[in-house]
Design a protein around this ligand. Structure first.
Ligand code: ZN
Ligand code: ZN
Length: 762
């Protein structure tokens, strides 16, 4: 006796080989019927015996393709419907419906094998891909995910590709970006000096690029989510030249190495890092470099960690192929000037990168949406994200409850935005620092794209309280234009809420939130950043914070830790002793000017920022008086810290304040006594970890709350994080860390969204 079943599945089920998987299962169990993508997921109707239907449904749930992830699965029995065969129907657009979209996926092992198989028809073809790998998010213009709605639309399939595409037993069945040397995209070589395209076959173009890199030149290479600027990472002169052209003084460059063996020659890696490097997201992983590595120090000045990734496109594999005397380490930094967004279109790249690169390795598969490489590190054997972008975005964070459709616009630096729909929070890829017109444009285009892709018309727009953030201004202007309500969310509350949300807390009870970062607008107008909040999703109470001190010049002081150090000394009534490098940095006149500014409180906002406190400590210890990128002084201070040192600078508490004098007094005594920077750095870190634990214990005694959430950019300091975590756990606290989104401002929009959603729920 035949009966039927009707099945609806949502989650990441498109662009991941799901329909062929369903087709093959149906054939295996002798079922008839159909499967089809809709803009809401995948629908299936089948006829078969009761037994076969049950086995089919079981297998559907249990044998899911690697890249797929099922959120909801509903099956109802009915029918039979009277089907006579099994087929894959055309996709159906359901108005208003939406579903998650797969991130881009690194080249799979099967395709890698074919890429280097001389007998394969895609031998050395730089765009080889299949249902398990290739571009996704960066080429998708709209849903449902089908070739005409991608940037592959213009490439008509040749007879052979069409056959593979329509054969359900083929591993390229319905692989939307499928292509071959006959019908697909091509690469070519362009020299900046020769001004124009040089007609070379793919292989010749790649070997031109390799030759240029060996010569020490800088090559712009079109990738998955944008252009990279590449040079030989073992050639110090090339790396210096790239820094000079990119106007990037010290900020580390990312590297690409051909395989794990090569990485192991230059860096220490453990099993978790190895898995992360090989994962289909292929992030940049921060690794500790080996002293014997010949990678130029100029790649990451003053740091013993370097960011390394494996190749993720076929073009990368061809470029880094091991043969001849080619370098086994390339700098692969985003193709942009300083902090502008990464270049994506060919014409745009020619305009913006010609002054930076000597030549281009171009191709004609368009990048629809810009997506930088992701950056992660491993902490306590798990992923600790630093920049969540290619390979992860737009994979959603699942929320503990359904929410109204919202747009949260994020922060000023490391901006990402977040769109909610049902119980999904779609946190965008890295947009960047909103300090130039290009980034703002990229932010606006990104929002438009997400709203279209995920079928969201925001019911409200959420913003930071800082009135001058470009993201805040966008939110206010757009809300006024479209007559939408706005929700303002305090910066550090958003950090803690982001941490709570990704840890799946339902918000029914508050946590102790320790939000440490560089800058965030406080509700008293001061610059906050060393905060202990008792927070749930709706509200927060500022229970404790670091003592205020003035920041002469406001945000401008961020570039000059020496100024911050002097302001702190002034605030604590301590002498500007010339033996401090920070004091010696200023001439007598400048000191007088600074003193007047402090005395008269001219443009000297008060701050409780932990980031600035790190700046001041690092400057006083003589590490660095001026910085070339955000948090440079703190990063170098951390990397100097002596792990064997056990002493600490004590922070005392007075009412709702954490006092600075008790810790800075012994610190400056140590500096003047000539104690080594490594010991001073360690004592500072130890003192802070102890202080967080003491403060949390006090708040636990007052409130009964035993859960602590650590968020904010300062928690990227692994030394501080490690020490604090073990102290808190020793005292029996349950501690929540970031594992899905960054602790820094890159995760902020998620927190903004859940706070607004929670406030709007009742
Ligand atoms: Zn593949
Ligand atoms: Zn073809």
């Amino acid at each position: 006796m035949k009966s039927g079943a009707s099945i609806h599945i949502t989650g990441i089920v498109q662009g991941v080989g799901f329909r062929p998987f369903v087709y093959n299962l149906a054939i295996r169990f002798g079922l008839t019927g159909w499967v089809r993508n809709t803009s809401a997921g995948v629908n299936i109707e089948v006829d078969g015996s009761q037994d076969a239907l049950e086995s089919f449904i079981k297998a559907l749930r249990e044998e899911v393709p690697t890249l797929a992830s099922i959120d909801e699965f509903s099956a109802s029995l009915g029918g039979p419907y009277g089907f006579d065969k099994f087929e894959i129907l055309d996709s159906e657009t359901i108005s208003g419906a939406f579903q998650p979209i797969s991130p881009d996926v690194a080249l799979c092992d099967d395709c890698l094998r074919e890429l280097f198989d001389p007998k394969d028809r895609r031998y050395r073809y730089p765009f080889i891909n299949c249902t398990n790998c290739g571009p996704r998010f960066t080429i998708i213009k709209d849903i449902p995910y089908d070739r005409p709605k991608t940037t592959m639309a213009g490439f008509e399939l040749c007879v052979d590709c069409a056959r593979e595409y329509s054969d359900p037993t083929n591993r390229r069945f319905h692989a939307q970006p499928v292509a071959c040397p006959i019908c697909g995209p091509q690469v070519w070589w362009e020299s900046v000096k020769a001004k124009g395209r040089i007609p070379l076959q793919a292989d010749e173009a790649v070997s031109e690029a390799r030759t240029a890199l060996v010569r020490g030149e800088i090559v712009a290479i079109k990738g998955l989510g944008g252009f990279h600027l590449a040079c030989d990472a073992t050639n110090a002169e090339s790396v210096r030249e790239l820094r000079r052209r990119k106007l990037r003084v010290d900020k580390p460059f990312a590297l690409m190495l051909p395989d794990l063996e090569a990485i192991e020659r230059h860096c220490y890696i453990d099993e978790v890092e190895r898995e992360l490097l090989k994962s289909s997201a292929r992030p940049i992983v921060l690794l500790r470099r080996k002293p014997e590595s010949n990678i130029a120090k100029e790649v990451a000045p003053g740091q013993d960690w370097i960011g390394v990734m494996l190749p993720y496109t076929p073009l990368h594999y061809l470029l880094l192929e091991k043969k001849g005397d080619f370098s086994e380490a390339l700098v692969m930094t985003s193709g942009n000037l300083s902090e502008e967004p990464i270049a994506t279109a060919n014409e745009e790249a020619r305009e913006r990168l010609s002054g930076l690169a000597d030549a281009f390795l171009m191709h004609n598969r368009d990048i629809y949406i810009r997506c930088d490489d992701s950056v992660v590190r491993v902490f306590n054997e798990q992923t600790y994200p630093i920049r969540r972008s290619r390979g992860y975005a737009p994979f959603p964070v699942k929320l503990p409850w359904q929410t109204a459709p919202l747009l949260a616009t994020g922060a000023e630096l490391k901006n990402t935005f977040c769109i909610t729909h049902d119980n999904y929070a779609f946190l965008s890829q890295h947009i960047g620092d909103m300090e130039n017109y290009e980034t703002l444009k990229s932010f606006e285009q990104g929002i438009e794209h997400y709203e279209r892709l995920f079928r969201v018309k925001p019911a409200a727009i959420v913003h930071d309280l800082h009135p001058n953030y470009l993201a805040t201004r966008y939110a206010l202007q757009r809300a006024e234009r479209e007559k939408l309500p706005v929700v303002g969310v305090q910066h550090h509350h958003a950090h803690i809420a982001a941490c709570m949300a990704e840890n799946k807390l339902d918000g029914s009870h508050p946590v102790i939130g320790v939000a440490f970062d560089g800058t965030g607008y406080g509700d008293d107008g001061a610059i906050w950043g060393g905060e202990f909040l008792i927070a749930d999703y709706k509200n927060y109470q500022r229970a404790l914070h670091m003592e205020y001190f003035p920041l002469p010049g406001g945000d401008a002081a961020i570039k000059h830790p020496a100024r911050t150090a002097l302001a702190l000394l002034w605030s604590l009534g301590m002498d500007w002793d010339e033996r401090f490098a920070a004091v010696a940095e200023f001439g007598a006149n400048d000191r007088t000017t600074l003193l007047t500014q402090l005395d008269r409180k001219i443009n000297s906002p008060l701050t409780s920022s932990m980031g600035r406190l790190f700046d001041a400590a690092a400057a006083l210890a003589g590490v660095r008086q001026n910085v070339n990128y955000e948090a440079q002084a703190a990063i170098e201070f951390e990397s100097l810290s002596d792990v064997s040192e056990k002493a600490e600078y004590p922070f005392e508490m007075n009412g709702s304040l954490v006092e600075l004098r008790s810790a800075f007094k012994p610190l400056i005594t140590d500096v003047l006594a000539g104690v080594s920077v490594s010991v001073i750095a360690a004592r500072f870190h130890n003192g802070l970890a102890k202080m967080v634990t003491t403060a949390s214990s006090r708040l636990r005694a007052e409130t009964g709350i035993n859960e602590v959430a650590l968020s904010g950019g300062v928690w990227q300091n692994i030394t501080l994080l490690g020490r604090t975590l073990s102290l808190l756990q020793n005292r029996g606290f349950r501690v929540y860390l970031h594992r899905e989104v960054p602790a820094n401002d890159g995760g902020l929009a998620l927190g903004q969204a859940v706070i607004a959603a929670s406030r709007m729920r009742d």
